[in-house]
Design a protein around this ligand. Sequence first.
Ligand code: ATP
Ligand code: MG
Length: 259
Amino acid sequence: MKKVLAIAGSDPSGGAGIQADIKTISAHAMYAMSVETALTVQNTMGVYEVIGLPADFVKKQLECVLDDIPPDAIKIGMLFSSDIVDCITKVLGKFGMKNIVLDPVMISTSGKRLLDKTAENALIDKLFPLSDLITPNIHEAEKISGMIINSLEDMKKAAVLISRFCKGGVLVKGGHFGNCTDVLYFENQFFVFEGERIDNPNTHGTGCTLSSAIACNLAAGRNLPESVMLAKEYVTGAIKAMLDIGKGRGPLNHFWKLK
Ligand SMILES: Nc1ncnc2c1ncn2[C@@H]1O[C@H](COP(=O)(O)OP(=O)(O)OP(=O)(O)O)[C@@H](O)[C@H]1O
Ligand SMILES: [Mg+2]
């Protein structure tokens, strides 16, 4: 059984964060492990409070897991503080981990800051060079690249600018834009994953779900463009399943293929 580790924050309402990662990995029939970085007070209507765990405790969780069960891929989500970024960088470097997908979660859709200011720079300087793929949404891509994105061509330009900080691919996600087309820049080539915007307000955790699904496909031995293509199909199906839970922006149906 392939093993996939998620390093991220907890969403007690179960739609995003560690909970979405574990559901996604399980739906791919893989063994899910999780290292928590932060706890949130959150539901489908918003993120209300965030507490970061002590960096040393996060480090111990990660070392303890890696010592025992080496994962075939790792998905990294919310990291909260620069101390946590530092310790994760050190431990992943020490263990020589591969197939790392980094979702550079910065601000929640409801506007809550999920990464402090100094941690943003630490993430770019330290973790981008270690990761096989970075998956910014439009807002994060604008922040990291320093340019405004208004078109598919802009998404491509931003991906190239961001790739200067990376060793692997850059996937600029278009969920907040037009017809949800995502753009991958990898090994000097563009791969455009045409989307279809599904008219469903319940899209809580799409980003977490996509990055975990990519990690699962990498764990299965697929190449990066194929992994992104299959992960996008998975997320599209999970939105199309039209689950409607909660009073706000509800979760996806991670188990839509089990019906
Ligand atoms: N309404 C939708 N219909 C189809 N695909 C969507 C929709 N919303 C998002 N997606 C897809 O979901 C994936 C995640 O993209 P998105 O831009 O929403 O990430 P995100 O903003 O990081 O998500 P999150 O809000 O969970 O952090 C992408 O593949 C995107 O194209
Ligand atoms: Mg996101």
